[in-house]
Write a protein that binds this ligand. Structure first.
Ligand SMILES: *C/C=C(C)/C=C/C=C(C)/C=C/C1=C(C)CCCC1(C)C
Length: 250
């Protein structure tokens, strides 16, 4: 019975967050590929949210927290994508502030995931999360100040890269990596794929930044198209890695 009510309230809640998408003012132009990518990804984020929440309830146990956090990431992104899509379609401007508000919420949640999957099997210290959080903040603040003109794009880029390199160091050879060595096989394999996403999937973002801001004039279409593809991979595929570890462990 309570599962039934869970599902009803989940559906009601998701309909509620979809409301902004129903008050669309601007009309999508069929030739606007970046606009279409905003559209597709906003809906994919909603679908992923339903899936992760549903699976969190089905699988349960110690994995339900990690799956719920994966759902929060796609939920927060879905809401931001509704607004970003509107700004893009109506004005062709980069929705930079919304994008970074989304990232400042979702990237730390993804860092929590590294911590949670290790904590679920009892092999990690709390400071692992704080190190990853600080790396994230440096990365995102550098990028934001570079994109909004507070710093020159190059200086913002260098600061952002330093934060990312620190995260990579920490998960590939720092304390997070050492903690993972003591985890069971399924957790280790999830951890390994997740850090590969942080290396390869995340590399798409600095690429978008360079093409958007450092090739002469600002190219909003490349920037947003590339960031959109990156968000799709890094939020949905990242969650699916946790889901597959959860499935094979339970
Ligand atoms: C869900 C959103 C995610 C996973 C966002 C990740 C964002 C990045 C990895 C951004 C990285 C950047 C650099 C490494 C250099 C400076 C510019 C940034 C902020 C785009």
């Amino acid at each position: 019975m309570s599962k039934f009510f869970n599902k009803i309230s989940l559906m009601a809640f998701l309909s509620f967050i979809m409301l902004p998408s129903m008050s669309q003012a601007a009309t999508l132009n069929p030739g606007d590929l970046v606009g279409i990518s905003f559209w597709v990804i906003s809906i994919a984020m909603v679908a992923a949210t339903v899936f992760f929440l549903w699976e969190a309830m089905r699988i349960g146990g110690k994995w339900s927290t990690s799956l719920t956090v994966a759902a929060l990431v796609t939920l927060i992104a879905a809401v931001h994508y509704f607004y970003m899509r509107d700004i893009w379609v109506a004005s062709g401007d980069s929705p930079t502030v919304y994008r970074y508000v989304d990232w400042i919420l979702t990237v730390p949640l993804q860092m929590v995931e590294f911590y949670l999957i290790l904590a679920a099997v009892g092999v990690v210290a709390g400071r692992v999360f704080w190190h990853l959080l600080i790396g994230t903040l440096i990365m995102l603040l550098g990028g934001y100040f570079g994109e909004t003109g507070v710093l020159s794009p190059v200086v913002g880029f260098v600061i952002g890269m330093a934060g990312w390199v620190y995260i990579l160091y920490y998960i590939f050879s720092g304390e997070a990596a050492k903690s993972a060595e003591n985890a069971p096989a399924a957790v280790q394999s999830a951890f390994n794929t997740m850090r590969l996403i942080v290396l390869v999937g995340w590399a798409i973002y600095p690429l978008g930044y360079v093409l958007g801001y450092m090739m002469g004039s600002v190219d909003a279409a490349s920037l947003n198209g590339i960031y959109n593809v990156a968000d799709f991979v890094n939020k949905i595929a990242f969650g699916l890695m946790i889901w597959s570890a959860a499935n094979s462990q339970s």
